[in-house]
Design a protein around this ligand. Sequence first.
Ligand code: CTP
Length: 400
Amino acid sequence: MPTLTNKRILLGITGGIAAYKCAELSRLFTRAGAEVRVVMTRAAQEFVTPLTMQALTGNRVHMELLDFEAEAAMGHIELARWADLVLVAPASADFLARAAHGRADDLLSTLMLATAAPIAVAPAMNQGMWSDPGTQQNLAEVRRRGYHVFGPAEGDQACGDFGPGRMVEPAGLFASCAELFAGEPLAGRHLLLTGGPTREAIDPVRFLSNHSSGKMAHALAAEGVAAGARVTLISGPVALPAPDRVTRIDVVSAKEMLAATMQRIADADVFIGVAAVADYRPANTTPEKIKKDDESMNIELVRNPDIISAVARLDPRPLVVGFAAETGNVAANGREKLERKKLDLLFANHAAETFNSEEVAATAISADGEFEIPRARKEAVARKMLKLIADRLPATENSS
Ligand code: CTP
């Protein structure tokens, strides 16, 4: 079954007997990992109750355009922006007519104008109404605007007629919607990343750490979601909010980062080690704050585990991608790290230009050669990096 992990589907239900099938349709969406919000026209509420749809989706159903309370919770523009896909099922003849004219006199029609997301409609009506030139003209108009039209199917109708006008069955609509996302480079993949610095405690108030901001890992995580992946980010202490739709696990030390990684690696398709993991930690952490008495003090350090190397040793293992922030000989040091750590791909760059910066350039290094990613905002660079990563993944049923 295709996954719709992280996808936000706005299901618009208009008045038609097929509305009852939306109960099953929304279950198919949520079972595949999507979040569903339902907008119902007044006529739709005669066929299926808002309570049913609320119980099935876990979200309050949206019904009125001018409802003060509903607007305060999630306004119509917010709802339009929220959606990754708007599906109107069933789409009645009247709804198609209003959509074709760009009307905005109820919540659903207003959303259709406001959203930037793709829109799909699943027409359902009596076969005579379907064949009517008015409906066909409206249909041609919504197609011209780029709406996807799923169906209708042909067969026995609730009114006793036979012909075209039945809503496509929920399984068919689900498959057509999943198809719209299937082209995303990381559709159906689990992307696991580490990011930020680690902190290695010396005593309860002091630690060893580094300047990593976590921006690159957060940019990769956000762009991973946009590329269709389910994303888990294991992050050291950073001052950034978790990106939307990313599961962030907050850790402090390298040992914690290793444990959190190993707990979640089994179903990862890609592991990206972006974290600036402290190579050493104090051999002993004192439970009490260290008091100064001597002119100098020594802290004995011991090696931390190498997280990415531990992942690369797993069998089976995900695609393993590393980073190297170097102060000189960037490409040569990067290649040495790629080989020593047995990575599939490594992004190398200058430490001074990377840490705490909004922009970055990188050299992608793999066994096949090198590729320069020019300096740009971390988000844009992250998109290019993920494209290179996606190209190296073995094809799956879901990604082909
Ligand atoms: N890395 C890791 N665990 C460590 C150290 C590094 O997973 N304990 C990962 C980083 O996330 C990065 C890659 O290894 O993807 C290279 O990190 P870097 O610090 O450059 O590597 P080191 O092995 O520490 O090399 P150096 O001797 O240059 O410090």
